[in-house]
Ligand binder design. Structure first.
Ligand code: HEM
Length: 161
């Protein structure tokens, strides 16, 4: 098996694994948040693109490139939603800590201890709703880029030097 085919096979397996994980993790929100269908639709399309890439047919390989572009863009759209519109405060894992300040129900930003004190005092029960992991959708874009690099047509003689 040529190296390109082997990498394509590994990419296919990776895409299918991310699909299974994303399908499971989004299952509770698909009816409420239509954009969450993004990964459920585009990851199988990217898997199809890998299958197209195994053959030599020029039109199918071109279709595969288009599908990888669509998949890559869907990962960027996903990142937009996962970070609530690219809010820097949502990319907290880069700092290695949970945010010190958070938005309360009225949209006012308050310190974490402040909000906890207020909830304890009023007997309000804190909703344990975790926000989506902020950067995970970029993995879809990364996989799509790998597919693009693999299938992008080489100029004749590009490897001769
Ligand atoms: C094409 C890429 C993706 C798109 C378009 C997408 C889209 C979305 C959207 C619209 C939401 C709702 C955000 C909100 O609360 O407003 C969401 C939530 C979420 N996503 Fe994604 N996503 C993508 C990739 C992924 C991947 C690869 C994973 C993990 C394997 C993932 C895991 C999650 C989780 C855990 C949530 C929170 C679910 C919940 O609240 O129950 N997403 N996604």
């Amino acid at each position: 098996m040529r190296k390109e085919k082997l990498i394509l096979l590994i990419l296919l397996v990776g895409i299918l694994l991310v699909f299974v994980e994303a399908r499971y993790l989004h299952s509770g929100i698909l009816s409420k948040k239509p954009f969450a269908w993004g990964s459920t639709i585009t990851l199988p399309l990217m898997a199809l693109a890998c299958l197209f890439g195994f053959g030599k047919s020029r039109p199918l390989r071109t279709a595969a490139i288009v599908l990888f572009v669509v998949g890559g863009l869907s990962g960027l759209v996903g990142t937009y939603f996962h970070t609530d519109g690219l809010k820097l405060s949502r990319i907290t894992m880069l700092a290695g800590t949970k945010p010190e300040k958070e938005e309360n129900k009225e949209g006012r930003v308050e310190r974490r201890e402040e909000s906890e004190e207020r909830e304890n005092a009023s007997g309000e029960k804190k909703e344990e709703e975790e926000p989506p992991p902020p950067l995970v959708a970029l993995s879809v874009t990364g996989l799509a880029l790998l597919g693009l690099v693999l299938l992008w047509p080489e100029k004749p003689g590009a490897n001769e030097a």
